[in-house]
Each structure stands twice: as C-alpha cells, then as structure tokens.
Write a protein that binds this ligand. Structure first.
Ligand SMILES: [Zn+2]
Ligand SMILES: [Zn+2]
Ligand SMILES: [Zn+2]
Length: 273
C-alpha cells in the first residue's frame, strides 16, 4: 500500500499564517521539510483523505490527479481537514471533469455539505458530488479499498473518525486527529494487524492525549498497540499533523521520534507498507 503525505501540519500550517514565533521564522528560513501545509493524504494514488484549504497546492505540487479522484474520506469537519468552499469550482463553467466525487464521513460532514450547497445555490448534481454517511465500526467498500471508520478522541461536539483502510492485502490505520483512542476503538483494534500506522503528533514533546498527541503519547500508544496484537515486525509507524506550537523542527522531531520507532512525515513523503 502506498501512503503519500500531501500535507503534514496542524490547522495553522508551518510557518503558521500570521505567526512570528521563533519556530515559524526558522522554518521559513530553512524551507524544505520544515514547510508543512495542512494535513491531507493519498492512498494508492486513488483514495484521498481529508480536504484542507491547501488541497489546490497539493494538486499542483505533488501532481495529484484531482480530476480523476473519485473517493474522499473525511475524518472530521474542522476547517484544516474539510474546506468545502473549493467545491464551488466543480460547477459547470469552472472546470471540465467527468464522473462523480463521493465524500464519506460522519453526520456532521453531510450537514456541512448540505448547508454549503444551499448557501451557494449549488447542488450535488451540478457539482458532480455525492456524500455518504458512514457509521462507526461498519466497513464500507470505497473504490478499491475497504474502509472502516473508528472513533477518535477529538472534538466532542462531533463524532470524529480515524480510519482503517484495507486494500491489496495491506492494512493502514490513519490516526489523526485524535488523542489516545476511546475504549470502543481499542476493542475493535484488538488483534487487527496493520502494515502502516500513522498517528497524530500535534504537541511536540508534550503529552496531551485527550484531543491530540505528543511524543510521550506516541510512545505509550505504540506500546498499547503492540500489546493489542496490532503490530508485526514490518509495521511502519509514522507521526504527522505537527503544530508550530509543538516547538520542534523536522530534525528535532526525527531526534525525538526515531529512537522510539517512528518515521517523521513531511510534505510529499511516501510510506510503502
Ligand atoms: Zn487538524
Ligand atoms: Zn509560529
Ligand atoms: Zn481537528
């Protein structure tokens, strides 16, 4: 399975918009892996996960074939993961694209989409869009992948998801945004072995664990995943969704995370598992 990271920052990006903190200034000076856009990923060149405000740039920078992407999983409706305003340009007169783009996510996604279309005088039909509501822990065939939404520990005002994605005999756990998983998710995960486990590291060296994670949480959640029988020798662990407030540049993240068994994602990185 190919997992390409298109964006690896938390909501503000890095350097963060309007921010003059020391980390943002140094990130801008260094460039390269320290420039992080809002989080989005692409599985096997066909299944998009999340739709941040930087989706257009991801298409341009990483050569994503957006006109032909048919399936979009949405973890939750925070603006850095779901920015429906860009769908305005799927309407006639703005682009030439065949075929339907289907969005999959929670009940809040459907409500947001319905509201957005109403507000803009658009429709699912004229925008060649569809929206499918997924129930937690119920698997659904999405193109060539089997997708199971798992409950995240994140914004309690909506039912945020992380995703188990299976295809070609491989299995991915796409785990951001979340703190340490709720018990219902642990019950589902028990004994399910993953090839790639991608997790949230918003808080840098600090433990948080209830909405997001930091390095100490990543250490403890890896141990629990091992105890739950989710890990084999070849399982890749990847940390992503970094905030400038976490205070760590890419090299410092690698220093902190490589010894505890995590790759540090950067924009454009491909993980093959
Ligand atoms: Zn986020
Ligand atoms: Zn900053
Ligand atoms: Zn969020």
């Amino acid at each position: 399975m190919k997992l390409q990271y298109l964006g690896t920052a938390a909501a503000e990006g890095q350097p963060a918009i309007f921010c003059g903190c020391a980390l943002c200034l140094e990130a801008a000076r260094r460039g390269g892996k320290d420039i992080r856009t809002r989080s989005q990923a692409l599985v096997d060149d066909s299944l998009l996960i999340d739709f941040p405000p930087d989706s257009y740039w991801h298409m341009v920078r990483h050569g994503v074939d957006l006109p032909r992407i048919r399936h979009l999983l949405v973890t939750h409706t925070h603006q850095d993961h779901f920015y429906p305003e860009e769908f305005f340009y799927r309407r006639p007169g703005f682009c030439q694209t065949e075929g339907l783009l289907t969005l999959y996510g929670n009940d809040a996604l459907k409500a947001r989409m319905d509201g957005y279309l109403l507000r803009t005088g658009s429709s699912y039909g004229d925008s060649k869009l569809a929206c499918v509501e997924l129930a937690p822990f119920v698997s659904h065939q999405v193109g060539q992948h089997r997708v199971t939404p798992l409950l995240a520990a994140h914004d309690r005002a909506e039912r945020c998801y992380i995703y188990q994605v299976e295809g070609g005999g491989k299995r991915l756990l796409y785990g951001n945004d979340t703190g340490i998983f709720p018990e219902a998710t642990w019950a589902h995960l028990q004994g399910t072995v993953f090839d790639i486990i991608s997790l949230d590291c918003t808080h840098g060296r600090e433990a948080e664990g209830s909405n997001h994670m930091g390095v100490p949480d990543l250490i403890s959640i890896r141990r629990r995943l091992e105890d739950a029988g989710c890990v084999k020798d070849s399982t890749l662990f990847v940390a992503t969704h970094f905030s400038h407030n976490g205070g760590l540049l890419h090299d410092q993240l690698v220093e902190a995370l490589a010894p505890v068994g995590y790759l540090v994602a950067y924009d454009g990185m491909v993980a093959e598992g």
